[in-house]
Design a protein around this ligand. Structure first.
Ligand SMILES: Cc1cc2nc3c(=O)[nH]c(=O)nc-3n(C[C@H](O)[C@H](O)[C@H](O)COP(=O)(O)O)c2cc1C
Length: 206
């Protein structure tokens, strides 16, 4: 059976740098015979968590928008590639809204003590993040946020592609290695048979 790889683009720029890398990573996944799906949050309406805590009793989010459909896609996927621009040292607001809605997954696991899946599944996730500044400190914030999120999704967090000093839209396409690295990581994420690493492996490019 083909592995299902879902790519989520969270940048508000349709021609954004993280989006271009995501498309390359998905092309790499496709080259490794994955069934690939791409979705951009630009096309969805996903509001922020309002901390109503109703998921603490139902396990489900009661806000009615496009979240439920996207959640189902994430649960169906064997691999997730999550792409985000860096905004104020972390993921962008669109990405954070999606992540925070994952509180219902957290509630299922830690409050209701329910498993998301009946058996063990080898689910793995990768992050692509692009920032404009010289600093690379923001990638530590991304790692922390995404680790907690992937735990809630019951996914192993296996790798990151972090690129800094890239700002103008489309600029990433001129980067000497980033596009080929994205392709390689997407392909490896799909084909991986070895057990996932304890900590996500970073590819950091400037
Ligand atoms: C609101 C906002 C905040 C930003 N904050 C940071 C930041 O803290 N660190 C950084 O390196 N770049 C920051 N940037 C620059 C973007 O990360 C950069 O332009 C990136 O290439 C955008 O990715 P995208 O093209 O995929 O949207 C910020 C940009 C905006 C619009």
């Amino acid at each position: 059976m083909n592995i299902k790889v879902l790519g989520i683009s969270t940048s508000p720029r349709p021609d954004g740098n993280s989006d271009s890398l995501l498309r390359q990573a998905l092309a790499g996944a496709e080259s490794a015979k994955a069934l690939v799906e791409y979705i951009s949050l630009i096309d969805l309406k996903i509001g922020p968590c309002i901390e109503c805590n109703s998921c603490y009793t139902t396990g489900e989010c009661r806000i009615e928008d496009d979240y439920q459909g996207l959640l189902q896609m994430m649960l169906d996927a064997d691999r997730l590639i999550f792409a985000t621009p860096i905004f104020f040292m972390n993921v962008c607001a669109q990405a954070k809204a999606l992540i925070d809605r994952g509180q219902c997954l957290w509630a299922q696991k830690y409050v209701l003590k329910k498993q998301l899946f009946p058996g063990e599944r080898d689910r793995r996730a990768m992050v692509i993040a692009v920032g404009g500044s010289k600093s690379t400190k923001m990638f530590d914030c991304v790692r922390l946020t995404m680790k907690t999120y992937f735990d809630s999704l019951q996914m192993h967090y296996v790798c990151n592609l972090f690129v800094n000093k890239v700002e103008d839209p489309g600029r990433i396409e001129n980067h000497p290695f980033a596009m080929t690295e994205a392709f390689r990581l997407g392909s490896e994420l799909t084909a991986a048979e070895a057990p996932p690493p304890e900590q996500p492996l970073d590819v950091r490019l400037t």
